[in-house]
Design a protein around this ligand. Structure first.
Ligand SMILES: NC(=O)c1ccc[n+]([C@@H]2O[C@H](COP(=O)([O-])OP(=O)(O)OC[C@H]3O[C@@H](n4cnc5c(N)ncnc54)[C@H](O)[C@@H]3O)[C@@H](O)[C@H]2O)c1
Length: 690
C-alpha cells in the first residue's frame, strides 16, 4: 500500500490497482481528494505492472459530492476537469466501485470511469438542481450519453438519486456487487481484462443522443410536463438547455455550454439563495442552550386529539414512521370522517404507485380510533389538534394532565395561542410544548416547535428530533401571538387587505405574489382556509369587508364563493366583478379613495411588513436566528426557495432601500410603517440580518 497523500492510498494486487479515497465524513471532492485522484491515477497509469484500476472509497460512502464550502471560493488543488480528462483518457480501464451515495461531483467522477459497479444499496444521482445549480463537471453531457436525454433530464431536473438496481436497469451501473465491494470491483476489473472488453469512454458514445437530434418536441414536451413544478426556477431550464447541447453539439462544445450556464447560475441570486437555505435548514436544528446530546424521551406510542384537517395529517406523519397513534374525537361521525380522509389520502398515494396496498393497510392498522380520552393514558406524547379556542384547549390540557402517564409530552398544534397559559393548566408545564404543523400537515415540511417558559430541554430536544424522524424540519420559536410564521403573516394580510380597498383587485394582488413565486396569493389562501375562520355570524355587523363577504355567504372554497368564485369540485379561483364592486362600495363607505396601485407597490407593501415583524421577532428572541425565520417561510408558507426567505430577500435588496421604502409608505400610516429598532439600526449601519 502506498500513501499518495493523506486522503488517498494506492495498492496494486495481481495487476489491478486499487485507489482508495479516505476523506471523512463523505469523501467530498476537496482539493486534497482531487490531488489524490490526480496523482494516484497518474501513478497507476504509469506503472507497467498495472492493467486496470479500481476506484473505491473508505468510510460510509463513495464521493458524496462537491465540497460545497468551496463553491465560489477559488479552490486550491488539481482541477476537477483535469482529473476527469485524465481518467477518461486512461489507456487502462478504470472501474468505479460505489457504495453509499455517488452524488453530484461524485457521480460525475464515476461517469469518467469506464465502468461502474455498486452495492445494491448505493444511490447514484445529480442533485445540483436542489442548490439552484446544474451538474457542472460534465454530468449534463455524459449522463444523456448513458441513459438518454429524457431520463437524464428527469434525473437532473428533479435531482433525486436512483438506487443501484434502478441504475443497473438504465445502464448507469454495470454490475451489482454482493459481498466485499473492493473484492467485487477487483473481480469485475479482472473479468474486463479477461474478456478484453473495450474502454467505454462516455464522451465518445453518441448512440443514445443522436436519435433525439433535430427533435425539439422532446424538450418542449419535457418543459410542459414540468412547467408547474419548475415555475420561477432557472436551474431546471438551464439543465434542459445543457441536454439540448448534449444532443445537438459535439461533446467539447457541450461542455463549454455547460460551463457557461453553470457559471451563470453559480454567480446568480437563485443559487446563492438556495445554498443559503441548504445551510439554514441544517442550522435550524441547533439550539444554543439545548446541547446536541440532550437525552431524548422515547416516543413509541402517540395520541392525537381531534381528527380534523390537522389531526388527520399529524396522525399520518406519525404512523408513516411506524409510531402507533390513538386518535380521539368527540363523536363517532367525526372519527369516521377523519379516518376516511386518512385512508383516501393513502389510497391516492398507492394509486400513484408510491405505496403498496399492504403499506396502506399497515399504516391504517397503526391507528386506534377512540371516543374516550382515557385511551391516551399510555401515550408517550399527545398532540392536541382541536378547534382554535383557548377555553377548550385549557380544559383539554387539564384533562390530559390527569389522564396521561407521568413523563408524557403534551403538545398543542395551536396556530397562535399562548402556550404558557395552556401549560399553566397542568402540573407538568415542563412537559408542555407547541408543535405547530402546517396544512396539509402530511405534506408541508415545517414544524414550528414552540417553547414555553417552563418547557424542559429534553422535551424541546425530543420534539425537534421527532420532527426530523417524520421527515420534517423543526424550527424553534418562542411564545408570542402567532409565533414566527403567522405573526409575520398578519402584517402581510393587513397590507393586502388595504391594497384592495385602495383599488387593486384581489386577483391582481394574488398575481403579484404568485409572480414573485408564492404558490398562491393571500386572497386565494383565505378562500382555501375559509374566509369565516374566526368570524362570528352572531356578532357580525358588516363592519369589515370580511363581515360583508361572509354575510353574503361568500365564505371561501367550501361555499364555492369567497374573494373568488369556484365551480363545484374545482379549486381554480375565478375572479368575480361583483366582489370587486362590493369592495369598491365598502371602500367608499369608509372614505377610502381608490386609485391605481402599482405591482411594485403591492409587492413591497405585502413583503416589507413581514421583514419588519421578522426584525421584532429576532430582537425579542422569539426566533434564534434570521435563517430560522427564512426556513419557516420557505417550508411553511411557500416563500420561493430561490429567493431565500424574507430576511435573506431583505438583505439582498439592501436594508437601507427597504427602510427608505417604508418611509415613502409612512405618509399613509406612520405607526404601521415605523421600522423596528433592529431594522433601523442595521439599515443605518449598512448591515444585514445575520
Ligand atoms: N387548518 C389549518 O390550516 C391549521 C394549520 C395549523 C394549525 N392549525 C390549528 O390546528 C388546530 C386544529 O385545526 P383544524 O383545522 O384541524 O380544525 P378542524 O375543525 O378541522 O378539526 C378539529 C377537530 O377537533 C375535534 N374536537 C373538538 N373538540 C374536541 C375534543 N374535546 N376532543 C377531541 N376532539 C375534539 C372536532 O370534532 C374536529 O374534528 C387548531 O388549533 C388550529 O388553529 C390549523
Amino acid at each position: 500500500m502506498t500513501a499518495i497523500n493523506p486522503v488517498t492510498d494506492l495498492d496494486v494486487r495481481e495487476g489491478i490497482a486499487v485507489l482508495t479515497l479516505n476523506s471523512p465524513p463523505v469523501n467530498a471532492l476537496s482539493g486534497a481528494v482531487r490531488d489524490g485522484l490526480h496523482d494516484g491515477f497518474q501513478k497507476a497509469i504509469n506503472d507497467p505492472a498495472v492493467k486496470a484500476i479500481v476506484l473505491v472509497c473508505a468510510g460510509r460512502t463513495f464521493i458524496a459530492g462537491a465540497d460545497i464550502t468551496e463553491l465560489g471560493t477559488g479552490a486550491k488543488g488539481a482541477s476537477l476537469p483535469d482529473v476527469q480528462s485524465m481518467m477518461e483518457a486512461s489507456p487502462k480501464p478504470i472501474v468505479a466501485a460505489i457504495h453509499g451515495t455517488a452524488l453530484g461531483g461524485g457521480l460525475e467522477v464515476a461517469l469518467c470511469c469506464h465502468y461502474r459497479v455498486a452495492v445494491a444499496t448505493a444511490q447514484l444521482g445529480l442533485p445540483e438542481v436542489k442548490l439552484g445549480l446544474l451538474p457542472g463537471a460534465g454530468g449534463t453531457q455524459r449522463l444523456p450519453r448513458i441513459v438518454g436525454p429524457e431520463m437524464a433530464m428527469e434525473m437532473m431536473c428533479l435531482g433525486d438519486p436512483l438506487v443501484a438496481p434502478e441504475a443497473l436497469k438504465v445502464g448507469l451501473c454495470d454490475e451489482i456487487v454482493s459481498g466485499d465491494l473492493t473484492e467485487g470491483g477487483v473481480a469485475f476489473a479482472k473479468k474486463l481484462l479477461a474478456e478484453k472488453r473495450p474502454l467505454v469512454r462516455v464522451r465518445d458514445n453518441d448512440s443514445r443522443v443522436t436519435p433525439a437530434r433535430g427533435k425539439p418536441e422532446i424538450f418542449a414536451s419535457f418543459r410542459k410536463t414540468h412547467e408547474r413544478k419548475n415555475r420561477g426556477f432557472l436551474a431546471p431550464e438551464y439543465i434542459i438547455r445543457c441536454v439540448e447541447a448534449a444532443v445537438n453539439l459535439p461533446f467539447d462544445d457541450g461542455i463549454k455550454r455547460e460551463a457557461e450556464l453553470f457559471r451563470e447560475l453559480l454567480s446568480g441570486p437563485q443559487s446563492a439563495a438556495q445554498r443559503y437555505m441548504f445551510f439554514a435548514e441544517r442550522q435550524a436544528a441547533k439550539i444554543p442552550d439545548v446541547p446536541a446530546d440532550t437525552p431524548l424521551i422515547p416516543i413509541n406510542r402517540a395520541g392525537v386529539l381531534g381528527a380534523g384537517t390537522m389531526g388527520g395529517g399529524i396522525t399520518m406523519n406519525l404512523v408513516n414512521v411506524g409510531i402507533p397513534v390513538t386518535i380521539v374525537e368527540t363523536s363517532q361521525e367525526a372519527l369516521d370522517r377523519g379516518l376516511k380522509v386518512i385512508r383516501t389520502n393513502y389510497e391516492n398515494t398507492a394509486r400513484k404507485g408510491r405505496l403498496t396496498q399492504a403499506d396502506v393497510e399497515t399504516r391504517m392498522g397503526l391507528i386506534t380510533p377512540s371516543l374516550d380520552m382515557q385511551a391516551l393514558a399510555s401515550a408517550d406524547m399527545v398532540v392536541e389538534a382541536v378547534f382554535e379556542n383557548m377555553e377548550l384547549k385549557k380544559e383539554i390540557f387539564r384533562k390530559l394532565d390527569a389522564i396521561c402517564k407521568p413523563g408524557a409530552i403534551l403538545a398543542t398544534n395551536t396556530s397562535a395561542l399562548d402556550i404558557n397559559a395552556i401549560a399553566a393548566q397542568t402540573k407538568r408545564p415542563e412537559y408542555v410544548i407547541g408543535t405547530h404543523y402546517f396544512s396539509p400537515a402530511n405534506v408541508m415540511k415545517l414544524v414550528e416547535v414552540v417553547r414555553g417558559d417552563k418547557t424542559a430541554k429534553n422535551v424541546i430536544a425530543t420534539a425537534m428530533a421527532l420532527s426530523k424522524r417524520i421527515g420534517k424540519i423543526g424550527v424553534l420559536s418562542g411564545v408570542c401571538y402567532g409565533f414566527i410564521g403567522n405573526r409575520m403573516l398578519f402584517g402581510r394580510n393587513v397590507q393586502a387587505n388595504r391594497t384592495i380597498l385602495e383599488g387593486a383587485s384581489p386577483a391582481r394582488v394574488d398575481k403579484v405574489l404568485t409572480d414573485f413565486g408564492f404558490p398562491m396569493g393571500p386572497f386565494a389562501m383565505s378562500d382555501l382556509a375559509g374566509v369565516d375562520v374566526g368570524w362570528n355570524a352572531k356578532t357580525s355587523k358588516g363592519e369589515t369587508l370580511r363581515d360583508r363577504l361572509c354575510e353574503a355567504g361568500r365564505r371561501g372554497q367550501k361555499t364555492n364563493a369567497g374573494y373568488y368564485d369556484y365551480k363545484p369540485g374545482d379549486r381554480t379561483p375565478i375572479p368575480n366583478e361583483d366582489v370587486v364592486a362590493m369592495i369598491r362600495e365598502f371602500a367608499a363607505s369608509k372614505q377610502i379613495r381608490q386609485r391605481d396601485v402599482s405591482d411594485a407597490e403591492i409587492l413591497d407593501r405585502c413583503l416589507i411588513p413581514m421583514v419588519n415583524e421578522g426584525a421584532k421577532i429576532l430582537s425579542e428572541g422569539i426566533a434564534i436566528r434570521a435563517s430560522d425565520i427564512d426556513t419557516v417561510w420557505v417550508h411553511g408558507y411557500g416563500w420561493p426557495v430561490y429567493r431565500g426567505g424574507p430576511m435573506h430577500w431583505a438583505n439582498s435588496m439592501g436594508l437601507d432601500k427597504l427602510v427608505a421604502r417604508m418611509q415613502e409608505f409612512a405618509a399613509d400610516d406612520a405607526a404601521f410603517w415605523t421600522p423596528a429598532p433592529m431594522l433601523a439600526e442595521l439599515a443605518a449601519k449598512g448591515g444585514g440580518f445575520k
